[in-house]
Design a binder for this molecule. Structure first.
Ligand SMILES: *[C@@H]1O[C@H](CO)[C@@H](O)[C@H](O)[C@H]1NC(C)=O
Ligand SMILES: *[C@@H]1O[C@H](CO)[C@@H](O)[C@H](O)[C@H]1NC(C)=O
Ligand SMILES: *[C@@H]1O[C@H](CO)[C@@H](O)[C@H](O)[C@H]1NC(C)=O
Length: 400
């Protein structure tokens, strides 16, 4: 008898913690942290190919790939979830958990309506593949994405349809996403995003002057340099030999600048950035009187992600072993292309309300300077969730 009770007790003790762990649902904060690590992995893959400027929206990428995963099955799906760094958030038998988190996240950043993100995600499927109704409904509900059937054999017509869709969804800011259509295309996933934030502390255009930007030891370019003296949150990362500056936008977002110290090779930073480090910067910022000098720039970058994602382990969805049976029950469907295009304009503008704020600088101490006149990294994130909306690197601000 005693043995029996002891045994039952041991079982009960063992079972309770396990059951609790299984029932603990992941939350939006965990999603945004995993998304940051995915962003850094993707960044490293893009940067390993060249030394140019980089600009992309990791949020846009993870959202559209998570959307695609709802139509994928078996290993095809598992690869996408793992590549997105989301395997930890999976719970057996609950395939809607991750889609729901993305939905919550979107509702969170669109809540106030102040953050202007012109985003479009479209899935274009060749007309011989009938898109499952469940799939297109979920794409719309959870990811605000749309699936369409097009006839890729009619190259001109399908190109026009796709470009017009993207253009209309991004307030005419993103045009000509597709230039050539391969008539053999089966499925094209396109996501685009345009961002022009309004500074909470705008720069006065009459202070903008051409100045030097040191691309590297041998190349110096002239750029329009904006200027403002104010109180800013700044910090430093002594391990990376870099300084950090927060430039707040109107509407719960900010740009975080990571400026490697003079003579620090920016490529050494590539391997060291991850979610933990990013959150470390955000959490240690201190309000300081600063003179900020920052180049005005504009960037328009597009990436053929179908060539980059296989390096992150997302490969099967692009080859003949793809299982997209949740997207279409027609046999042999695979993804032909994933195109991502992100556009940003960084200029002096802020909101009119904020423009009227002139912070009085008093006291005798001279403000510290934060002069962004050499290659730097920037991160645009939503502040309440720490969701990384954009990530970029500026090597030469005179290049688009
Ligand atoms: C989210 O979950 C993590 C881990 O379970 C927990 O530490 C954190 O406090 C949660 N955050 C919120 C906002 O609920
Ligand atoms: C795709 O996955 C589904 C669900 O796991 C399975 O029933 C089906 O046989 C798979 N199709 C192929 C072609 O492997
Ligand atoms: C957004 O997320 C933050 C942090 O997790 C939370 O405090 C806030 O209540 C959320 N807002 C909405 C509208 O969900």
């Amino acid at each position: 008898m005693k043995m029996g009770i002891l045994f039952a007790l041991a079982w009960a003790l063992f079972l309770i913690p396990v059951r609790q762990a299984q029932e603990l649902k992941p939350n939006v904060t965990e999603l945004t942290t995993e998304n940051i690590d995915f962003a850094m992995n993707l960044y490293r893959r893009i940067s390993s190919h060249h030394d140019n400027n980089i600009f992309f929206s990791p949020l846009c990428m993870s959202t559209s790939l998570a959307m695609l995963s709802t139509g994928a099955r078996g290993t095809t799906r598992a690869e996408i979830i793992r590549g997105l760094n989301l395997a930890r958030l999976e719970r057996d038998g609950q395939p809607e958990l991750i889609p729901e988190l993305f939905q919550q996240l979107r509702e969170n950043y669109t809540q106030g309506g102040e953050l202007q993100l012109n985003q479009a995600t479209g899935l274009f499927v060749h007309r011989t593949f009938q898109v499952e109704k469940t799939f297109s409904e979920q794409a719309k509900t959870f990811f605000k994405a749309e699936a369409f059937n097009v006839d890729f054999t009619n190259q001109q017509a399908s190109k026009t349809t796709i470009n017009e869709y993207i253009k209309s969804r991004t307030g005419d800011k993103v045009t000509e996403v597709v230039s050539d259509i391969d008539p053999m295309t089966q499925l094209m996933l396109i996501n685009t995003i345009f961002f022009q934030g309004k500074w909470e502390l705008p720069f006065n255009p009459s202070n903008t002057e051409d100045d030097r930007f040191y691309v590297d030891k041998y190349n110096i370019v002239q750029v329009p340099m904006m200027f403002r003296e104010d109180k800013y949150y700044q910090g430093s990362d002594d391990f990376l030999n870099a300084r950090v500056l927060r430039l707040p936008y109107h509407g719960d977002a900010a740009m975080l600048i990571l400026l490697p110290n003079k003579d620090v090779d920016y490529t050494t930073i590539d391997d060291e950035i991850n979610a933990k480090r990013f959150l470390g910067w955000v959490n240690q910022l201190k309000l300081t009187k600063l003179e900020v000098q920052m180049p005005k720039f504009k960037m328009e970058q597009s990436y053929p992600m179908h060539k980059i994602l296989p390096h992150l382990g997302i490969a099967r969805v692009f080859n003949n072993m793809a299982n997209l049976s949740g997207l279409s029950t027609e046999q042999d469907l695979k993804v032909s292309e994933v195109l991502h295009k992100a556009v940003i304009e960084v200029d002096e503008k802020g909101t009119t309300a904020a423009a009227a704020t002139v912070t009085g600088i008093t006291g005798y101490s001279l403000p510290t300077r934060f002069i962004i006149n050499r290659p730097f990294f920037f991160f645009i994130y939503q502040e309440t969730t720490n969701s990384l909306l954009f990530m970029g690197r500026v090597i030469d601000p005179t290049k688009m």
